[in-house]
Write a protein that binds this ligand. Structure first.
Ligand SMILES: [Cu+2]
Length: 122
């Protein structure tokens, strides 16, 4: 991670299961520790020693959404989504091989874009 954000992550199943779906929960904060609810976190993973990724494509949950109503306009189809407490969840992760994995986090938010990698050995 660059120096724009603080990122912590955990999984819904621990340790990460072999060849089974799991979700990653990321908490995004600024450097002072305040949660950032209005960013985005995209998670992917790969095995650097094998040159391949996961067999699945994870999906980032939109967070908590409500219709965005603009003054004077009819109901809009636009949704206004937020991530209370800076919590972002990506579902559909799967590590189908034992070995070294790297989780890739691509962050955007009010402080600009950033990325982070985290190593995990299954
Ligand atoms: Cu592999």
């Amino acid at each position: 991670m660059g120096d724009r954000y603080r990122l912590t992550w955990s999984t819904d199943v621990s340790p990460i299961p072999f060849n089974a779906l799991f979700a990653v929960r990321t908490v995004l904060r600024d450097r002072s520790g305040a949660p950032i609810p209005d960013g985005s976190v995209v998670v992917d993973a790969s095995m650097p020693q094998h040159g391949h990724g996961m067999p699945t494509r994870p999906i980032a949950r939109p967070g908590v959404c409500s219709p965005k109503l603009e003054p004077g306009a009819a109901a809009s189809s636009t949704l206004d989504c937020t991530h209370p407490d800076g919590v972002y969840v990506s579902e559909g992760m799967k590590f189908h091989m034992a070995g070294e994995w790297v989780l890739h986090f691509v962050v955007s938010g009010p402080l600009g874009p950033d990325t982070a990698d985290a190593h995990y050995t299954l």
